[in-house]
Design a protein around this ligand. Structure first.
Ligand code: PLP
Length: 382
């Protein structure tokens, strides 16, 4: 099977124009060409983040930005509340703890909504305002759960705790108005909704967080954003940037704005609705039950008992050249995930749904031929 459809929650397919842009000749990363490029792409990224604040482009995967969000604004011993309902919330909490943060985890079972009431109660009882930060993952790629940033922002209210937010698998595909929601630090990565290869991450910093950076005592070097700020003033980055990725980023952003933010959000909502409708039509159980929490970018489906382990994933790959993801962490073997973000379109969704239907039939599940495709089409064209 030569032609592959990549339908995992990142990396996502890279459009040909973006891939071509990657084959650029090298140039001086401390010269005028780069200075013009970084100014341009930084301004465009701020439009996607909907922020007037600071924004830095790091040569790292998303986890690097997650680490930057911890080490730049906090000090060892700081009290941090980590909201955890999946693998990436867990990672965020672990990084904060690794750097000496006093982490309190507010955990919910994976696939279930965050405990918003517990957050509210915890902040209310924090009379001496000792909680310095709240970490949260907007879109839990491990479960397909879209956590409610509006609610978290409202609950944080006037409490001075900074909101440190992972939007790695949502920014660009889902509306995240950083300034309006008061997200003090927010980050994403290149290989998700912005359809670049992995290798760059983007992090925004609001005024309150920037003031905290001046007092932060956590150890840092590569991810020191004070250095990033100083060098950005000169149109540079502190260390050698992934130059080809920067060139491709401009191309990707042009494609992104040609579709338009709102259209892009709507496309992701439609694709998610189609995958969920198709799963139900095949009698499959969805991990995230409530529609309002269903991720527009990734859907986790419970593995049916007739097809244990990774059989479905393997058959999709071998028979149809479609890559879907298995379950992550504690959900390994229990779920499989369909990624529908970035440069993925309706035809990809119909192909995946049709292929899934065929695989389940081969595995002996009582699936009515065409029912899932019909459900997906209805959802796409509502
Ligand atoms: N956060 C979320 C929500 C993710 O989906 C991922 C990657 O899949 C990460 C963080 C980590 O990003 P990376 O693998 O680029 O380090």
């Amino acid at each position: 099977m030569s032609s592959k459809r990549l339908m995992i929650p990142g990396p996502t397919p890279v459009p040909p124009a973006v891939a071509r842009a990657m084959s650029t000749e090298m140039f001086n990363h401390r010269g005028p060409r780069f200075a013009e490029l970084i100014a341009d792409v930084t301004a465009s990224l701020k439009r996607i983040f909907q922020t007037e604040g600071r924004l830095y482009i790091l040569t790292s995967s998303g986890t690097g930005a997650m680490e930057a969000a911890v080490v730049n604004f906090l000090s060892p011993g700081d009290r941090i509340v980590s909201l955890v309902n999946g693998a990436f919330g867990d990672r965020f909490a672990s990084i904060a703890a690794a750097y000496g943060g006093k982490v309190e985890r507010l955990e919910s079972p994976w696939g279930e909504p965050l405990d918003y009431g517990a957050l509210e109660a915890r902040l209310r009882e924090d009379k001496d305002l000792s909680i310095r930060a709240i970490t949260v993952v907007h879109n839990e790629s491990s479960t397909g759960m879209l956590n409610d940033l509006e609610a978290i922002s409202r609950i944080r209210g006037n409490h001075p705790a900074m909101l440190l937010v992972d939007t790695v698998s949502s920014m660009g595909a889902v509306d995240v108005p950083v300034d309006r929601l008061g997200l003090d630090v927010c980050f994403t990565a290149s290989q998700k909704a912005l359809f670049l290869p992995p290798g760059l991450s983007f992090i925004s910093v609001g005024e309150r967080a920037w003031r905290a950076a001046a007092e932060s005592r956590m150890p840092r070097y590569y991810f020191d954003l004070r250095l990033a700020e100083a060098l950005l003033q000169k149109g540079q980055t502190p260390f050698t940037p992934a130059l080809a990725q920067f060139v491709a980023l401009r191309e990707a952003l042009q494609l992104y704005f040609a579709e338009g933010r709102e259209n892009c959000y709507a496309r992701h909502r439609r694709m998610a609705a189609a995958v969920r409708a198709a799963a139900r039509a095949m009698g499959l159980e969805l991990l995230v039950k409530e529609e309002r929490y269903a991720s527009p970018t990734v859907t986790a489906i419970m593995t049916p008992s007739q097809a244990p382990g990774n059989q479905i994933q393997a058959m999709m790959r071998e028979r149809f050249g479609i890559e879907i993801a298995g379950g992550q962490g504690s959900l390994e073997g229990k779920t499989f995930r369909v990624g529908h973000l970035g440069a993925v379109d309706e035809l990809d969704i119909l192909a995946a749904v049709g292929a899934l239907e065929a695989c389940l039939q081969s595995l002996g599940l009582p699936v009515e031929r065409g029912a899932a495709l019909r459900a997906a089409q209805e959802a796409l064209h509502q």
